[in-house]
Design a protein around this ligand. Structure first.
Ligand SMILES: Nc1ncnc2c1ncn2[C@@H]1O[C@H](COP(=O)(O)OP(=O)(O)OP(=O)(O)O)[C@@H](O)[C@H]1O
Length: 277
């Protein structure tokens, strides 16, 4: 089983009174499943996704990814899980401001260069033709940009291993361009995040989350600020990934995104249930 959520609860305290934002949730996901979760604002959707990805600790219950209990992992194992097994498109913008678009997308792949991603999965992006571009490295620092990273994304972990070889960097650059092309933002590869619209940033974030070919993509409102055409592009890409074995757990308010999912669940006051028509 790829993901197993058992009796998961997260309490917060409001005005001195504890309440369960996520309340005894159970869910299992296998490879190649596409689950959408809908629910009114404040009903616990982001809290649930944050626990699945290990960003938030449960009050009780467990999240198990590929047999490993997320809350029991040490920092390095958790970073590796979030970098390699899980891709996370967060609700808020987490691109690094001082890196170009292409370097933001490549970044997750150079964090653990001793553990290269195997490119044996038949992913959509690999079928795309990469444009003829100069070799990129994670060096495109914009001297005028703020060097602090208040929005450091969860994929960031200290890179303690040697840098990838030129050949690996070329392959990673080609893959990043192919993903950006799939999402129709490759013309922005050398722009900085501050030069992008909200919808463009969202698509770049999706490319970054897919860079390491995650087995489980967690997406919090992936089409939140996209127009109808971009929504179609993103949802078709997610569907094609699912059809090739990736699993997607998506939270959405977007009715146009729902037909692409295999199952639709509701989260109501922290309680998860199958959506009835
Ligand atoms: N750190 C926190 N401390 C206290 N309460 C919190 C905290 N984080 C979330 N909550 C509360 O928990 C509930 C669930 O929040 P959550 O962000 O999971 O909702 P959501 O369903 O994702 O909402 P939205 O659709 O608006 O993003 C809300 O009532 C929120 O105010």
């Amino acid at each position: 089983m790829l993901l197993e959520i058992k009796d998961l609860t997260r309490e917060f305290v409001r005005r001195g009174v504890p309440f369960a934002a996520v309340d005894h949730v159970n869910l299992s996901m296998d490879d190649g499943e596409f689950i959408a979760i809908v629910g009114r604002s404040g009903n616990g959707k982001s809290t649930l996704l944050n626990m699945v990805s290990g960003l938030l600790r449960p009050t009780s219950g467990t999240v198990t990814v590929e047999g490993k209990t997320v809350a029991e992992l040490d920092d390095r194992a958790l970073s590796r899980l979030r970098n390699r097994t899980i891709g996370f498109v967060t609700q808020s913008q987490t691109l690094l401001p001082n890196l170009t678009v292409i370097d933001n997308v490549i970044l997750p792949a150079v964090l653990f260069p001793d553990d290269p991603v195997t490119h044996d999965q038949d992913h959509a992006a690999e079928e795309a033709t990469a444009p003829d571009v100069p070799k990129q490295t994670i060096s495109g620092q914009d001297p005028s940009a703020d060097q602090s990273d208040p929005d450091m994304p969860d994929v960031i972990a200290p890179a303690t291993s040697p840098s990838p070889s030129d050949e690996q960097t070329d392959a990673l650059t080609m893959r990043a361009h192919a993903l950006l092309a799939d999402l129709q933002v490759d013309d922005l590869a050398h722009s900085y995040p501050r030069e992008l619209s909200g919808g463009e940033m969202r698509r770049v974030s999706i490319a970054r989350a897919l860079m390491n070919q995650p087995k489980l993509l967690i997406a919090d409102e992936p089409t939140g600020d996209l127009d109808a055409e971009s929504t179609l592009i993103v949802m078709r890409l997610l569907r094609s990934l699912v059809d090739r074995g990736t699993s997607v757990l998506m939270v959405t308010h977007d009715a146009d995104a729902l037909p692409y999912a295999d199952r639709i669940l509701t989260l109501d006051a922290g309680r998860l249930a199958e959506k009835t028509a």
